[in-house]
Design a protein around this ligand. Structure first.
Ligand code: R5P
Length: 300
């Protein structure tokens, strides 16, 4: 077995945690930016005959995508037999429709861009909404794993009397799974997004069950934080004892994390799909299992 994980610098701890399960070594991937903003990517030179997986979180996708492409091309030039992509966070998935005439459907274009360079993809809870499956986007083998069991485990260990709440209808897919796995009641709210930072939340449901219990808001992505900030504001009147936000992908644009805390989140916990101070759960185990099958197929 000659498996090499090449993580971008923020994903090095994640790759190191995945490596033992995969019987892989973690190689070097350095990324330096020149004063003019262009990138220099330098890889481990000993890749001849190896099966490689580049590990890169695709938040700030515009910034990382050119160096990512250089890394994949260079791995092949250095003799890698296959090159996979482990993208714990898959960017551009929320641009899944042409919302206004003439707009790019980023999810589709970005998928085409990625599969020009990679043989396979493994990711965590991609934002599948109007596009229902990864197979609708990618011709290459693409596997998604779920962080829901990790979130459920965290709630069991950390929260007394939880009520799990999703901020919008599409969050039902994660919220139901998490709540069922930790035997907690759950509900979803209704959201209307009028602009990047203009979100209205309508609680709709009977919130009496929140009184005196722990509110656990669960969302797949926090970007501006506006969705969870508005949800917290709407739910405070129901009298929860404590408010926690559980986030799969902590994108946290600009001051989003600080705003969430200021809005009344007593705790914010996230998975390490994106490196952030709030990381409290690791997807290393579930991602390693998904990668194992991809490596094995190329080694056969
Ligand atoms: C919605 O489509 C997602 O599930 C999240 O609710 C959304 O991305 C959160 O964005 P923001 O933090 O900018 O409100």
């Amino acid at each position: 077995m000659n498996r090499v994980l090449l993580p971008f610098p923020p994903q090095r701890p994640l790759a190191q945690a995945m490596a033992p399960t995969l019987h892989a070594r973690v190689g070097r991937l350095d990324w330096r930016r020149f004063p003019d903003g262009e990138s220099l990517v330098t890889l481990d030179a000993a890749l001849d005959g190896a099966h490689v997986a580049i590990v890169a979180s695709l938040d700030r996708a515009d910034r990382i995508s050119v160096p990512l492409r250089f890394a994949a091309d260079t791995a092949r030039e250095l003799g890698a037999r296959s090159v996979g992509l482990v993208a714990p966070y898959l960017g551009y998935m929320r641009q899944d429709a042409r919302f206004h005439a003439g707009e790019a459907v980023g999810a589709r274009s970005y998928a085409r861009f990625l599969q020009q360079a990679f043989d396979w993809l493994a990711t965590v809870d991609p934002h599948l909404h109007r596009i229902r499956t990864l197979a609708e986007l990618f011709a290459m083998p693409a596997t998604q794993v779920s962080a829901a069991p990790l979130l459920a485990q965290w709630i069991r260990a950390q929260v007394r009397d939880p009520v799990v709440v999703g901020p919008d209808a599409e969050s039902a897919q994660w919220v139901a799974q998490v709540a069922t796995a930790c035997d907690a009641p759950w509900l979803t709210l209704r959201k209307q997004r009028r602009g990047d930072r203009d979100v209205a939340i309508d609680t709709g449901a009977d919130l009496a069950l929140l009184s005196g219990r722990s509110l656990v808001l669960v969302d797949d992505i926090v970007s501006t934080g506006e969705t969870l900030v508005q949800a917290i504001r709407q739910l405070q009147a129901a009298g929860p004892r404590r408010t926690c936000c559980l986030v799969i992908h902590p994108v946290f644009a600009q001051d989003a994390y600080a705003r969430l805390r200021a809005a009344g989140a007593d705790c914010v916990a996230s998975t390490d799909t994106i490196a952030h101070a709030s990381n409290a759960m690791s997807v290393a185990g579930v991602l390693a299992q998904a990668c194992s099958a991809h490596f094995a197929r190329h080694e056969a």
